[in-house]
Write a protein that binds this ligand. Structure first.
Ligand code: TYD
Length: 404
């Protein structure tokens, strides 16, 4: 039986009409707004393989273009996280050949010797950056590309790394077949993606947007990879992107032993009932109540003439703003450090994005934490804002005002 049997997909959450999370607009002229693309963001649970996914994913060719805005090396937190994991993986597996699927601007690969690495990145603007230093394939990952690389390089890969990418690829069958094809017998695939356990615990429904076709659990990953001759042997909980899992996967017959850590993770996911539809139905109720509370709070503050902005033009906040219908009536503008987001408008709700040095001024009373996953880094940076009485608003794990 097909493990992706779509008739087993049960919708539990409807996040409404949504734009592409990274489709920042250059202007808000009628013609531009008329052409804006929207789709229905419905989330479902597969009762056969326990995979949580978007019911109807958007075509990747619409998403990963030469205008892709996200730069992994923008944040200090991510730069040091990638440096640390590169060191750790090198020590644990001593790989000779390394490949990254979704290498973005090379923030992970730059920690390795350039002769030993291969980058795969379909966004041409990003691939152009890594091409200067590494062998880069500016193509979508699939079985065909794995065959092409083997033919050209005449060797297999010992370490495949992929952070925040596998969960973006609708066709998991092709993805894992390609990986199995190119992975050496002793090789290891390491993937990092937002953790479903954390999403459910933190009510962080904004992890669902067009690019996150899947939000994985260890239970689901274990079920999926075994169909492609692969085995999940370890999983590590990490703090990046608001709580992610780092999955360690090898070939079925490889010597890597299943770890105790994997066993414990699977137990805690089963304890949370991530393998039953009931927990997702309860989650959907909590999401709806989060929406009502957030809108109520913003309206109340606005009524009291408070100036509210948003901090970080994240993809996640695209989901929040469009689901909760938060526009310029509630939030004045968004600040973001990413130069190529500045001067643009957020998808769907069309809030202006400006540079933090301009936007975080003495008139701001509240800042919605769009980048709640960087709370620590942001609180460090915004000591002055907090000192003069500025406050943040978050919806994770529940809607509240915070100043520490
Ligand atoms: P990211 O964490 O990648 O979230 P998502 O995947 O939901 O887009 O994005 C963080 C965004 O926040 C990024 O555009 C940079 C911005 N940012 C700031 O503007 N200031 C900061 O201090 C930090 C840490 C991030």
């Amino acid at each position: 039986m097909d493990i992706f049997n779509l008739t087993m997909n049960k919708v539990f959450l409807n996040l409404g009409k949504q734009p592409l999370a990274n489709s920042f607009l250059t202007n808000v002229k009628k013609k531009t707004l008329d052409q804006e693309f929207f789709y229905n963001l419905k989330i479902c649970f597969n009762t056969k393989n326990f995979l949580v996914s978007i019911q109807k994913p958007v075509n990747p060719k619409k998403q990963y273009t030469d205008k892709y805005a996200h730069r992994a090396s923008e944040s200090k937190t991510m730069r040091s996280a990638f440096k640390l994991v590169a060191k750790k993986l090198h020590k644990r597996f001593k790989p000779k050949k390394i490949m990254e699927i979704g290498s973005n601007d090379g923030v992970f690969l730059k920690n390795f010797d350039k002769k030993s690495v291969i980058a795969v990145e379909p966004c041409k603007n990003l691939a152009k950056i890594t091409k200067k230093r590494f062998k880069t394939y500016d193509e979508f990952w699939n079985l065909k590309l794995s065959k092409k690389i083997i033919k050209q390089k005449k060797e297999k890969i010992d370490l495949i790394f992929s952070a925040n990418t596998i969960s973006h690829i609708p066709n998991l069958k092709e993805t894992f077949m390609g990986i199995n094809n190119i992975l050496s017998d002793k090789g290891v695939l390491v993937i990092e993606d937002p953790s479903l356990q954390k999403v459910i615990k933190n009510n962080s429904y904004d992890q669902f947007y067009d690019e996150h076709v899947y939000v994985f659990s260890a239970i689901a990953i274990q079920n999926i990879v075994k169909n492609y001759g692969l085995r999940l042997f370890d999983v590590e909980q990490i703090s990046t992107h608001g709580g992610s899992n780092r999955y360690y996967i090898c070939k079925n017959n490889s010597k890597h032993k299943n770890t105790l850590r994997l066993k414990h993770n699977l137990i805690s996911e089963k304890f949370l009932k991530l393998n039953t539809i009931e927990s997702y139905k309860k989650f959907a109720k909590r999401v709806l109540s989060s929406k009502l509370r957030l809108v109520k709070l913003l309206r109340k503050l606005k009524k009291n003439n408070k100036k509210i902005i948003s901090y970080g033009a994240t993809y996640k906040s695209t989901t929040v703003f469009n689901f909760c219908k938060i526009d310029t009536r509630l939030i004045d503008y968004v600040t973001d450090t990413t130069v190529n987001k500045q001067g643009k408008y957020t998808p769907g709700m069309h809030l202006k994005i400006i540079a933090p040095n301009e936007g975080i001024n003495n008139h701001v009373d509240y800042a919605f934490l769009g980048a709640w996953n960087f709370k620590k880094e942001i609180f460090q940076k915004e000591k002055m804002f907090l000192k003069r009485g500025g406050k943040f608003i978050t919806h994770v794990p529940k809607v509240m005002i915070i100043d520490k």
